[in-house]
Design a protein around this ligand. Structure first.
Ligand code: HEC
Length: 195
């Protein structure tokens, strides 16, 4: 062994773990730095918190099953509200349909393509005569406003209006616009709707 090697051995001897010399193999005493132990303890702490918080307490509302049930309950409530409000549309008075409908007609930008009074313009057809391209029943109008007809330039409103609003505006077209005879009415398009 060279002089140099002996020196290294000497310094290592200082760090040798007590009583850990077996068959000439020495275990050195090099503890992990404190910060790494600290990080390790933090992960223990976190995993304990996580287990207890998300799995441990039954019925603390944070486990996946409860979360799923809560979500489903919310969806059910929302669905019911929506159905209820759709029913409200059925019992709206003629006055309500006309005031609410004309507001929506402005707010939702129908005027841009169907004219201030529904008389029609270069883009959209006249909504005040009784000629229809897509049918004149309440259902056809609701479908038309809901789904639109993008290939012909009619906007789908299903993401911009609630079902109740769509119903209101459809009834407004039928009861408030049809037969109103505005100036500058666009020539009829489609088939006349016969009662
Ligand atoms: C971007 C332009 C545009 C906007 C905005 C628009 N429409 Fe239309 N709409 C059209 C066009 C174009 C048609 C004709 C589609 C076709 O050729 O079948 C149409 C058709 C319709 C029809 C069917 C007419 C028929 O003869 O069958 C109804 C009802 C209607 N729109 C209602 C509305 C209402 C209510 C709104 C507002 C909530 C609205 N539209 C907003 C362009 C528009």
């Amino acid at each position: 062994m060279t002089e140099e090697n002996n020196n290294i051995n000497n310094t290592e001897d200082d760090k040798v773990h007590d009583g850990s010399d077996s068959d000439g193999i020495k275990e050195l005493n090099n503890p992990a730095p404190n910060w790494i132990l600290f990080v390790l303890l933090l992960t223990y702490g976190f995993s304990l918190f996580y287990l207890i918080h998300y799995f441990g307490y039954p019925n603390n509302g944070n486990d996946q099953v409860t979360e799923y049930k809560n979500k489903m309950a919310t969806v059910e409530t929302e669905k019911k509200l929506e159905q209820d409000s759709a029913k409200v549309g059925v019992v709206m008075t003629r006055e309500e349909i006309l005031t609410e409908g004309s507001k929506l007609y402005l707010q939702k930008g129908c005027i841009a393509c169907h004219g201030m009074k529904g008389e029609g313009n270069a883009i959209g057809p006249n909504l005040t005569d009784n000629f229809w391209i897509n049918g004149c029943s309440e259902e056809s109008l609701i479908t038309m406003v809901t789904e639109g007809k993008p290939e012909k330039g009619m906007t789908p409103y299903k993401t911009m209006m609630t079902p109740e609003q769509i119903k209101t505006i459809s009834l407004y077209v039928m009861q408030g616009l049809v037969g109103s005879n505005p100036d500058n009415a666009k020539a009829p398009q489609g088939v006349e709707c016969k009662p």
